[in-house]
Design a protein around this ligand. Structure first.
Ligand SMILES: Nc1ncnc2c1ncn2[C@@H]1O[C@H](COP(=O)(O)OP(=O)(O)OP(=O)(O)O)[C@@H](O)[C@H]1O
Ligand SMILES: [Mg+2]
Length: 441
């Protein structure tokens, strides 16, 4: 089942019986609340979802939740005006308090003082009662600075933190069991590993039909979600959107981005690092180099949205989804190829696709017009791989071998692999093999 690792992380700590103050966070929609829901099922835990209202209102709701979860109705009538006081009662009244605060970041935004109050309550009462507390948040920046940061009053109190990441490819396949490998890659390219997005797709219909009816359709979630994500997390969404747009068009270095957007490089570097922190952008360098890296859009949904929804918005607003789909056919194919490349790197890095050696580095390499899609390097071995969306031939292997001669991997033994739907070539890993390797358990 998906989210097994995360659940085990929480369950194991819960069962230890020691006091725990855990921080669980991750970008919007990634599946945090669902994870918490599964975690508390069957446990005597209070689940509280904070709101962007007022502290007073939040305290009232929290009292109500505690009353419901513990059967101690007097919590509802308790006269407290601060979080600290309420937590003191909780520690006094309950045996081993278990409290899950979802969207804790909202409370912090309302009043940064809640962090100190919680710290005080934790030190004085809650930790002594063996409490189990989970703070959850989706405003990654708020959590990272106000809760996890060195300047936070809670610094040094938390006993663990976990950043919830999107599902991996296999997790996505679990949600779309009727899709074979090729369709699953397309779905992953469209929705990434965000369960909410994946569940918008229907595996009873082709990925193309889904794109037409679910992504390219005005009024549907995936049509607008790109804007939503940026607006939720960032103070200047339009600046970030401009950067991401050019990035998706291939302006992938600081210099090129500066030229295209008109922003100066030092500002750009700051914006890009914020985007990196959110998991929307990544910086990659060719193997063996420290510099000369490029930026890429790191989130599959965002990438798809930037490349195929944003530039076609005017037509899509008019309901011309079928026409856009038809016109974009070739670009879509190319895009799926790029996504497959990244998938192969992930599968190798995670050991889903087994190599004859243990890789210590998985990445890529390029120089001028030559490139290696996937490069995996171990202590005594190196693997060069070419990834193709379609059919592979002998020529692909020849090109790979030629290009690989320009890469310095020392005395390591060289291996070659061609990944493609089908083909007649040595070292081929075809879609059938990838299908078996990534079948949900
Ligand atoms: N592991 C999963 N498997 C299947 N569906 C999931 C999974 N995780 C989440 N979902 C579904 O995705 C939707 C969004 O998930 P959830 O509300 O947990 O995300 P979140 O991270 O809490 O989002 P937000 O930041 O908006 O609060 C829910 O409808 C949920 O049912
Ligand atoms: Mg949530």
């Amino acid at each position: 089942m998906d989210r097994e690792i995360e659940l085990e992380y929480l369950d194991r700590r819960y069962e230890e019986g020691r006091p725990h103050l855990l921080v669980l966070y991750g970008r919007r929609r990634v599946g945090k609340t669902e994870l918490l829901r599964r975690f508390i099922a069957g446990k005597p835990c209070v689940y509280f979802l904070a709101a962007r209202t007022s502290i007073r209102d939040n305290l009232a709701v929290l009292r109500k939740r505690i009353a419901e979860a513990t059967g101690r109705r007097y919590f509802e009538r308790l006269e407290v005006s601060t979080l600290r006081e309420l937590l003191q009662f909780v520690a006094e009244e309950l045996d081993r308090p278990c409290l899950v605060v979802d969207e804790f970041g909202y409370l912090v935004e309302l009043d940064r003082g809640v962090v100190s109050e919680l710290q005080y309550a934790w030190d004085e009462w809650l930790s002594r009662k063996g409490s189990f507390i989970v703070l959850c948040g989706s405003t990654v920046s708020v959590i990272e600075t106000e809760v996890l940061g060195v300047k936070s009053p809670l610094y040094g109190r938390r006993t663990g933190s976990w950043r919830v990441e999107p599902l991996d490819f296999r997790g996505v396949r679990e949600l779309l069991p009727r899709y074979g490998f090729e369709d699953a890659v397309k779905a992953w390219a469209v929705a990434g590993g965000v369960p909410l997005y994946v569940k918008e797709l229907d595996d009873g219909r082709t990925p193309e039909e889904n794109v037409r009816d679910v992504v390219f359709a005005k009024g549907s979630l995936l049509f607008d979600e790109g804007y939503f994500l940026l607006r939720e997390e960032l103070r200047e969404p339009s600046t970030y959107l401009t950067i991401l747009k050019y990035l998706s068009l291939g302006y992938n270095s600081l210099g090129k981005l500066a030229g295209a957007t008109g922003y100066d490089k030092s500002n750009l570097a700051k914006y890009l690092s914020v985007l990196e922190g959110l998991g929307l952008v990544r910086h990659v360098v060719p193997y063996g180099q420290k510099r000369k890296g490029v930026y890429q859009v790191a989130d599959n949904y965002m990438w798809f949205w930037l490349k195929f929804v944003l530039p076609n918005r005017a037509e899509l607003e008019l309901g011309l989804a079928e026409e856009v789909l038809h016109r974009e056919e070739e670009r879509l194919r190319q895009h799926f190829g790029l996504v497959l490349e990244e998938l192969v790197r992930q599968l190798i890095a995670r050991g889903t696709l087994k190599l004859p050696f243990r890789p210590r580095y998985v990445g890529q390499w390029w120089h001028r017009d030559a490139q290696i899609d996937v490069l995996a390097v171990g202590d005594d071995d190196a693997l060069f791989a070419e990834v193709k969306w379609g059919k592979a031939s002998r020529r692909d292997l020849d090109r790979l071998v030629t290009a690989s001669q320009r890469v310095d991997v020392g005395h390591r033994k060289r291996h070659y692999m061609v990944v493609a739907r089908e083909g007649d070539v040595e070292g081929l890993v075809d879609f059938e093999e990838l299908d078996r390797a990534t079948k949900p358990r």
